[in-house]
Write a protein that binds this ligand. Structure first.
Ligand SMILES: Cc1cc2nc3c(=O)[nH]c(=O)nc-3n(C[C@H](O)[C@H](O)[C@H](O)COP(=O)(O)O)c2cc1C
Length: 199
C-alpha cells in the first residue's frame, strides 16, 4: 500500500482551495508537467482520455489569464489575490466542445488529482470555473472544437486554510477570520449519507 489511510485522509483534508500564493517563488514548466502527469493516469469515461491541457508559467500570459478569472465570489473583492500573492501558474483543462458529455466528470477528477498532487509539494490550487472563456480561448490558442471547462490557478501556497463545522444556520459560505485564516465549512458525514443498506 503506497499511502496509509491516515496519511491519505490527512492529505485530502489539507488540500483546501488556495487563493494566496508566494508570487516570487514561481512554479516551473517541469512542475506543471509533473502535475499533469499525475492527472494523466486517472479514471476517464470509456478511458477515452478526451481532456487536453495548456500549461502557463509566470509571465504575460499568466498575468492576462489571471485578469480573466474570478476568485472567491463569497468574499467579494477580498477573495481576489492581491499583487504579490497572485498565482504563478495556470493549467487550463480543455475538453471537446461536442460529443463528450462525460468530459466534465473527467475534468473534475483531473482537477482534484492536481489539487491533491499540488498539496504534497506545498503548492496551492484553485479550481476555477469563472473564467472569461471568450477571451481565454484566443489568449491560450485553444484548438478549434475544444472548450475550457476549468482552469487551475497554482503557486506556492501562502494561505492558512482550515475545515470548519457547518454553522447552525446551515450557511455553506467560507470565510476569513481577523488573522486571515480561511475557514471552509463542511457538512457532517451524518448529513451526507442519506441511505444505508447492510451492517
Ligand atoms: C467545479 C468547481 C468550480 C470552482 N470555481 C471557482 C471559481 O470560479 N473561483 C474560485 O475562487 N473558486 C472556485 N472553486 C473553488 C470552490 O470555491 C471551493 O472548492 C469551495 O469554496 C470549497 O473550498 P475547498 O476547496 O477548500 O473545500 C471551484 C470549485 C469547483 C469544484
Amino acid at each position: 500500500m503506497p499511502v496509509s489511510p491516515r496519511d491519505f485522509q490527512a492529505l485530502v483534508r489539507e488540500a483546501r482551495t488556495c487563493r494566496r500564493f508566494v508570487e516570487d517563488a514561481p512554479l516551473s514548466m517541469a512542475d506543471l508537467e509533473w502535475l499533469v502527469d499525475c492527472a494523466r493516469v486517472t479514471p476517464s469515461a470509456r478511458n477515452a482520455q478526451v481532456l487536453r491541457f495548456i500549461l502557463v508559467t509566470h509571465g504575460p500570459t499568466c498575468d492576462e489569464l489571471f485578469r480573466l478569472t474570478r476568485w472567491a465570489g463569497a468574499l467579494k473583492d477580498a477573495g481576489t489575490p492581491r499583487l504579490g500573492e497572485r498565482p504563478t501558474a495556470f493549467i487550463a483543462i480543455l475538453a471537446p466542445a461536442e460529443g463528450a458529455k462525460l468530459a466534465p466528470y473527467d475534468a473534475g477528477i483531473a482537477s482534484e488529482t492536481i489539487q491533491l498532487a499540488a498539496t504534497t509539494q506545498g503548492w496551492g490550487c484553485c479550481i476555477i470555473y469563472s473564467v472569461d472563456r471568450a477571451a481565454a480561448a484566443p489568449l491560450l490558442k485553444v484548438p478549434a472544437g475544444m472548450d475550457i471547462p476549468l482552469v487551475l490557478g497554482l503557486g506556492v501556497a501562502k494561505e492558512e486554510r482550515v475545515i470548519a463545522e457547518m454553522p447552525a444556520d446551515g450557511s455553506f459560505n467560507y470565510w476569513r477570520d481577523a488573522q486571515g485564516v480561511h475557514h471552509v465549512p463542511k457538512r457532517s458525514l451524518e448529513e451526507l449519507v442519506v441511505g444505508r443498506f447492510g451492517a
